[in-house]
Write a protein that binds this ligand. Structure first.
Ligand SMILES: Nc1ncnc2c1ncn2[C@@H]1O[C@H](COP(=O)(O)OP(=O)(O)OP(=O)(O)O)[C@@H](O)[C@H]1O
Length: 546
């Protein structure tokens, strides 16, 4: 997906309504421009009958220009109402566009592979959704007002054309030159807004650390001080400096924009009468039109300036979609719905960045149903990496994963994943169950895990997540048991359980899963319980050792 402009964001969301808001904006602008000839005609009528001025008891609609007055006020009402409706429709389209952009991003992110998500940067994605999309919408909502002002300017120029072609050409040229200079100033501000936005990603990382690392930071004043300075204050102040530079340039553009039309009036009044033959009536009409033009020109330039931060945000959204590659997950079913074993054959793996210079070398393992396999080894030996390969979140660099004798490829990946449940070291506990479940089983498992006193499950939602780390892990295990999949993987699940519950996990729950014919894979450092394993795989620096 690529958005060529802010307009295309709105157009892509509700094309018909967006067109309507532009059309109404244009009509309002033309109506605005039409008011000058009415005013001029009215003034000329009054000048031609000076004795009527000051007549008492003459009602506004009894005047000689009453029909014109009627048309004038009707036009005013039309300008006002079309502009209001145009803005309203534009706001509606913008809200829809906001919805579509966000939902589009949610879907896009959900289709990224785990590895791709990490490489794109989790903080950047959070900022894209929470900072850039609102910035795009705030800018795009201005477009209908820009359209109104643009048409008002075109209308005023048309009026000038009728008064005096030479003056029209002169004013048009002046506006183009001044407008061009304005664009240059605005593009300078965009440069600073871009630099400011890049710093926001760094502060997002910092905010995560501040919130999730609060316990560690609170214990050490010096650490907290350095953290705040380096991870938050510096990037924040750098972002602020760039943003202020952007606003400084932008404010120059703003004030310049608001005075541009007067500059044109000045040049016209003080120069034109001496170089072109212009009658005083023409000059009066021209000056009226130009003064009338000041408001739409100022508003137009201001509106164009307000697009700047939105354009920066849009370029970041486009950059995301440029790098975006959805994970290829086909819908082909596995040949056999009953998986009796899974195996890794000649699997090698390296992280794409290879910053850690770690690799898994030539891994051959078979996991069978009704058997418990322990994967053990020192820190950094590759156990969690292997867990992600087994659960299909990392694809092997060479070799392959097999379910029975069927190789797992993008075509049958979806079907393979349906067979897997896992509790990772950095697991995420959702506040509800997302699939249908058996109420009776749920209560049974809550009791088995000693959680029935702590948590209730009501309509799929947990009554609380205010639990200890060990209890949260038990709740994760509860979800896994309810999922009832063939393959169950635990990455150091028992690490923070008390001795009693370790005993229950290794001596009761694993045998229960084994009895049910599951393929059970346990990453563990608990050598006291290695006897529970039917198979023990020892890893050392990415290799299987005996
Ligand atoms: N996202 C990553 N990018 C690059 N290297 C990584 C990444 N994640 C892990 N590694 C590297 O892979 C190696 C194995 O890490 P892994 O987490 O698999 O070890 P482990 O055996 O589970 O360790 P532990 O017992 O400490 O949990 C480590 O040297 C680590 O630096």
């Amino acid at each position: 997906m690529k958005f060529s402009s802010l307009s295309s964001v709105m157009w892509g969301s509700k094309p018909n309504l967006y067109f309507l808001s532009m059309l109404l904006g244009g009509v309002s602008g033309i109506g605005y421009a039409l008011l000058i000839p009415f005013i001029m005609y009215g003034v000329n009528s009054v000048i031609s009958i000076p004795d009527k001025i000051g007549l008492e008891n003459t009602h506004i609609f009894d005047s000689p220009t009453r029909s014109l007055a009627m048309v004038f006020f009707v036009t005013c009402a039309a300008v006002m109402s079309t502009k209001a409706v145009s803005m309203l429709v534009s706001a509606y389209v913008a809200s829809k566009a906001n919805f579509h952009l966000k939902v589009g991003l949610y879907n896009a992110v959900s289709q990224l592979s785990y590895a791709r998500l990490l490489s794109l940067g989790q903080s950047k994605i959070v900022n894209l959704i929470s900072v850039d999309v609102p910035e795009i919408i705030n800018a795009a909502i201005n477009i209908s007002t820009i359209m109104t002002n643009l048409f008002a300017i075109v209308g005023c120029l048309a009026y000038l054309f009728f008064i005096n072609v030479k003056i029209f050409v002169f004013v048009l040229l002046c506006l183009l030159v001044f407008g061009f200079v304005y664009q240059i100033i605005v593009s300078l501000s965009i440069k600073h807004f871009s630099a400011s936005r890049a710093e926001v990603d760094k502060t997002q990382e910092g905010v995560r650390g501040l919130i999730f690392g609060v316990k560690e930071l609170k214990l050490n004043e010096e650490k907290l001080e350095h953290y705040l300075r380096q991870q938050l204050t510096w990037p924040e102040s750098s972002s602020y400096r760039h943003r202020m530079k952007g606003f400084r340039v932008w404010s120059v553009a703003e004030s310049y924009g608001s005075i541009v039309a007067f500059l044109v009036v000045g040049v016209t009044v003080f120069h034109i009468p001496y170089v072109l033959s212009v009658s005083s009536t023409e000059l009066f009409g021209v000056v009226m039109a130009l003064l009338y033009l000041t408001s739409p020109v100022g508003s137009l330039l201001m509106g164009v300036g307000q697009l700047a931060p939105g354009k920066v945000a849009l370029s970041r959204l486009n950059e995301f979609y440029r790098l975006y590659r959805p994970e290829s997950v086909g819908s082909a079913s596995l040949n056999s719905s009953d998986v009796s074993n899974i195996s890794l054959r000649n699997v090698c793996f390296e992280y794409p960045s290879n910053s850690s210079a770690f690799c898994l070398s030539n891994i051959n393992i078979k996991f069978e149903e009704g058997k418990v396999t322990f994967i053990v080894g020192g820190n950094g030996s590759g156990k969690s990496t292997l867990a992600k390969i087994i659960t299909t979140h990392q694809a092997p660099t060479s070799g392959a994963l097999y379910f029975n004798d069927e190789m797992i490829s993008p075509e049958n990946l979806g079907s393979a994943r349906e067979k897997i449940s896992a509790i990772y070291m950095d697991f995420f506990l959702f506040n509800r169950i997302f699939q249908s479940y058996d109420e009776y089983k749920a209560n049974e498992y809550l009791s088995l895990l000693g959680m029935n006193e702590k948590v209730n499950l009501k309509d799929g939602s947990f009554s609380t997540l205010g639990l200890s780390d060990g209890q949260r892990k038990r709740l994760a295990l509860f979800c896994l048991l309810l999922e009832n999949t063939k393959i169950c993987l635990f990455d150091e699940w028992a690490a923070d359980q008390d001795p009693d519950f370790k005993e229950i996990f290794y001596r009761d729950i694993l045998p229960m899963l084994k009895e049910k014919g599951k393929i059970v894979i346990v990453i563990s450092h608990d050598d006291r319980y290695f006897d529970c394993a039917d198979q023990l795989i020892r890893l050392d620096y990415g290799c299987i050792v005996d």
